[in-house]
Design a protein around this ligand. Structure first.
Ligand code: GTP
Length: 319
């Protein structure tokens, strides 16, 4: 198994205003785009070819990822003129792969350190139609839940509900056999969560869950995204500075702040629990807390910014 499709074409409405000019998967977590974290994870599981299924702001992916050679991978782009939904996007991207092998599908808004190699292995052992990564959460009410039999076979694919029957939820990483890919209609809007998966369960398809409770986070809301970045940075210290950035020795970076490549942080600046994207300039004595500073932004000397999304044109409170 060497190919994957990465779903990166959604509007990311819950992440507004961060997604005004940037597609959700290109938002920064711990110094690099969410998609780059996923490429690294897929590569570690032996994936060498990735198709990015794009639609909303599709043009922003290619300048960063190119042909993938920088990551030692082959990256291709399947662009939908208008969004085809998760299932339609998978079908459209699969046209570029035409493989007789199973394919990994990754939702573009999930960071996970589950064992993808083991998920693929289990899929092959069962000769499954689909194998879903399932994770366990404390409160499953905000998610669709997926009960399984003791051998891992999926018995239902359920929408969000007030009293979930299990705390196992769909974690957004699937292995699909080619026969399932071919069953999705071409150039048609389809949702895998609402249509394909429930139909597969109803038809008695071999659909299995791979339960793994390693680190997993859905970065679909501003707070989830900020928290994920802070948590990942804090694994290795109080802040992260990516290569090419210059930070004045009198500036203070705390609380899991990350500074992406080629930014400049001036004397006396204090930046706490924030994400500063690449090519930013933060003026002297500026104070920034709990904020997301968008690529190329110039923050004035002495500015005070709290819990905001910042560009050169506007400063908007993060809801
Ligand atoms: P919200 O609008 O905030 O719900 O976010 P979203 O539009 O990204 O939708 P959702 O979180 O349900 O999408 C899950 C994953 O599928 C994300 O990585 C999306 O980028 C992706 N996705 C959703 N719809 C489409 C689509 O029509 N085409 C493509 N290519 N990807 C999609």
């Amino acid at each position: 198994m060497a190919s994957a499709i990465l779903l990166v074409g959604g509007f990311g409405t819950r992440l507004m205003p961060l997604t005004k000019n940037t597609p959700k998967p290109m938002l920064t977590v711990a110094g690099i785009p969410v998609t780059e974290h996923q490429l690294n994870m897929a590569k570690a599981a032996g994936i060498t070819r990735i198709v990015l299924a794009t639609s909303y702001l599709a043009e922003l992916f290619t300048p960063y990822f190119g042909d993938g050679s920088k990551w030692g991978m082959q990256i291709q782009y399947a662009v939908e003129k208008s969004p085809l939904g998760t299932g339609g996007a998978i079908r459209n991207a699969a046209k570029l792969i035409s493989s007789s092998e199973s394919i990994v599908i990754l939702n573009g808004d999930v960071l996970s350190s589950h064992n993808l190699t083991e998920q693929i292995h289990q899929h092959e052992e069962h000769d499954a139609d689909v194998t879903l990564h399932l994770t366990k959460v404390e409160d499953a009410r905000a998610f669709g839940c997926v009960p399984t039999e003791s051998n891992g076979r999926v018995t239902a694919f359920l929408e969000k509900m007030e009293q979930p029957v299990t705390n196992q939820i769909n974690a957004g990483c699937y292995v699909f056999s080619p026969r399932v890919l071919e069953s999705i209609p071409v150039d048609t809007v389809v949702s895998v969560e609402r249509e394909t998966f429930p139909a597969l369960v109803a038809s008695g398809a071999a659909m299995y869950g791979y339960v793994d409770s390693a680190y997993w986070v859905d970065i679909g809301t501003p707070h989830a995204l900020m928290d994920a970045s802070i948590e990942i940075v804090k694994r290795n210290g109080d802040f992260l500075i990516m290569p090419g950035s210059k930070v004045d020795p009198t500036a203070r970076l705390t609380g899991g702040t990350s500074i992406s490549a080629n930014s400049q942080i001036s004397a006396g600046a204090m930046i706490e629990s924030s994400i500063i994207e690449s090519d930013c300039y933060i003026g002297s004595n500026a104070q920034i807390s709990g904020s997301y500073v968008s690529r190329g932004t110039k923050v004035k000397d002495g500015a005070k910014i709290v819990s905001s999304f910042v560009t050169n044109d506007e400063i908007i409170p993060i809801p």
